[in-house]
Design a protein around this ligand. Structure first.
Ligand code: PLP
Length: 454
């Protein structure tokens, strides 16, 4: 399929500097009536009216190239016609099902199982958000091991509900709400640009993996034997961090040796984003439990699930329940989206286009004094901004400026990273090379402008 027809033609179109007058009205209504916790419209002030493919329109008629993708949700593109067709047929039949079986649910499960590696044999649909899936994964691990400690990673983001927040490392998210769940321990992730062990790519001997082995095996590590280690195969909110291939393999081995459950959180990196259907496939391991959400609902319909090995299927009936574990529209959209991904080799497209975009970003890195590192796999890309390339002092203020300039010129981007200094791209996977090029040009201009101000 030619993905070009999925997006608005001629993007970007900036008719009036955002936020335009109609956006301003919505934004002032929002600030008068909604919680002060609202966040995205502060960085990209606008009100939305419609979206197609890899493009988004605001209420003032500005059309943006979307490298944000609704925070990595819109893998098959906004308003994907194949998904919409199935959804509109389903809407008048059945929409809510708790956990009663039905055809769309079966179709989604069938499609997922055609994609999972063999040992993942069971799925559990819980609440609709990614955080719900993380809670379910942790409960399943605890129930099976009768243990409580958990190991997570520096830079991890697993969600906002108490259990998921406990496993997320960002202190600003959690320090006002302590105590959360106890006995969660954090180990350094393979963040090679800022290696916690002071190593370089030449001197690296996978010290981060050795440290995990040490925690698990030294009787004086102070960490009780964990129920599970939870890890993102590629860290998302932590700053699009790509670990060396052997990182996950090493954790898999340490889990096997010490009889610890390995949970891989695929909520952001899964479903084609990194060039494989699941990001753990890059390292050839099979986790014991995976979490899925975001792109699973096709067009942003809320749904999440975990998938796990048969031997873990021990929960008695009713042990993990919830009203919204049966949104039939989300199943319908999810099955249609997965079919679209398979039929159009979307993971491969994501990998190939991502490689091209990364090479353009590497050129920007070379020319700029504020780009410390451009990195990524598939269409999960990150550009880490620094005040100085030698000291690597993080530059969160510059990342904000870059996002503002990009927005004003018709490009939506995300910001993440340990220091909120990583500009992140998570576009719909139906992004075309033409739109990718235009988007990167806007980004390159914004970097140049901010660089020159320094
Ligand atoms: C890796 C990962 N896990 C979990 C979550 C939480 O998902 P949700 O925001 O749907 O609760 C996110 C959200 O960004 C995520 O990126």
């Amino acid at each position: 399929m030619d993905f070009k027809s999925l997006s608005f033609p001629d993007a970007p179109v900036i008719k009036i500097q955002p936020p335009g007058p109609r956006s301003k009205e919505y934004l002032s209504f929002q600030s008068a009536h909604e919680s002060s916790a609202v966040s995205y419209p502060r960085g990209m002030p606008m009100a939305l009216s419609s979206a197609r493919g890899a493009t988004v329109e605001d209420v003032d008629g500005n059309v943006y190239i979307d490298f944000f993708g609704g925070a990595g949700v819109m893998n098959v593109g906004h308003a994907n016609p194949k998904v919409l067709e199935d959804v509109s047929k389903q809407l008048s039949n059945l929409t809510h099902s708790l956990d009663f079986p039905n055809e769309p649910r079966k179709a989604l499960i069938d499609t997922l199982f055609s994609l999972f590696p063999d040992p993942l044999k069971r799925v559990l649909f819980g609440g609709p958000t990614g955080s719900d899936a993380v809670e379910a994964a942790v409960k399943l691990a605890k129930y099976n091991t009768h243990r409580h400690p958990l190991i997570s990673f520096e830079g991890a983001y697993h969600g906002m509900s108490s259990g998921a927040l406990s496993l997320s490392s960002g202190l600003s998210f959690k320090e006002d709400f302590l105590p959360l769940i106890p006995e969660v321990h954090f180990a350094p992730y393979a963040y090679c640009y800022r290696c916690a062990f002071g190593k370089t790519s030449e001197s690296c001997d996978l010290e981060c993996v050795k440290y995990i082995e040490h925690i698990l095996e030294d009787p004086h590590s102070g960490v009780g034997k964990p129920a599970a280690i939870i890890v993102e195969a590629i860290q998302g909110e932590g700053g699009s961090i790509i670990p060396p291939e052997k990182f996950l393999t090493g954790i898999r081995k340490a889990c096997d040796k010490n009889n610890v459950i390995m949970i891989v959180d695929e909520i952001q990196a899964g479903l084609g984003r990194t060039g494989k259907m699941f990001a753990f496939e890059h390292s050839g391991i099979v986790p014991d439990i995976i979490t899925l959400s975001k792109g699973l609902g096709g067009l942003g319909f809320p749904i999440s699930c975990i998938a796990y090995k048969e031997k873990l299927d021990t929960l008695p009936p009713g042990k993990h329940i919830g009203t919204f574990r049966g949104n039939v529209i989300a199943y319908t959209a999810g099955a249609a989206a997965l079919r679209f991904m398979i039929e159009n080799n979307l993971a491969e497209h994501s990998f190939n286009l991502g490689e091209k975009m990364l090479s353009w970003l590497k050129d920007i890195e070379k020319d700029s004094s504020i780009v410390g590192e451009a990195r990524g796999r598939g269409l999960m890309l990150g550009i880490e901004l620094v005040k100085d390339k030698a000291s690597k002092e993080p530059a969160p203020d510059l990342a904000q400026k870059v996002r503002t300039i990009c927005h004003q010129h018709g490009l939506l981007v995300e910001i993440g990273g340990h220091y909120s200094n990583v500009v992140r791209f998570l576009p719909p996977l139906v992004l075309t090379e033409e739109l990718a090029k235009k988007g990167i040009e806007i980004f390159a201009d914004s970097i140049r402008e901010v660089d020159e101000e320094q």
